[in-house]
Design a protein around this ligand. Sequence first.
Ligand code: MG
Length: 266
Amino acid sequence: MKKIFTLAVAALISVAAFAQPQVIAHRGYHAIKGSCRNSIEALKQAQKMGLYGSECDINLTKDGVIVVAHGGLHPDKIYRKGEDIPRLNIQKSTYEELTAIPLENGETIPTLEQYLEQMKKSKKTKLIIEVKNHYTPEKETEIVQKTVEMVAKYGLNDMVEYIAFRPWVCFELKRLAPEGTPIAYLNGDYDPTYVKGMGISGIDYKYDVLKKKPKWIKSCQKRGLTVNVWTVDDEDKLRWVIEQGVDYITTDNPVLATKLIKEMCK
Ligand code: MG
């Protein structure tokens, strides 16, 4: 009798446990001394943690260099978080102009090539590359083409995944990247049926979108689409997305995400 009871309890516990999502460090693991968003150090720290992925943003400079950066850089050489002061527009600046402005941790703005060099140093952590919107579709095709070629040149086809807000960028990635390369759509406005029809591999939607439409999670998974969610940092929100069974969590707080997954998932 006791044995049956123990088995029943064990079965209940296993039902209560959730599938294990993978953790992606948003702009690398930057919430640590000496690191900052989209720096080489942030990628190194994500690799050191052994995370599934490290996300980064890429832009094409005026003179055609692919750099890792989210938005503009501050021309006064001080990176002021949250302050509304003018920034140097990356897509309208030359690479040389950008290198004159240090990042918050003192690094020079990284090129995608430097990022890929660092990628070669770890076999575990994947690079999730967000191809940013550009001013024209031609520029977007150019950055996609150059990126895909560079990733292949570094022998990293299996270590790179892509995300983008623009459907056009997703289509160009699908056309130019090797078949089967994961590509997820970020903008949150298309339902699972439509995304499936785009021929890409998944969604990567904002937390608020999935909170409003939680049914989209299972609906995507039923269609063979992966579900990633950004940017989930608080404990309550992390618990909710883990309970919902998402496949990936993109977070500025990979330490807490990893801890909660360990606690909640089998
Ligand atoms: Mg991004």
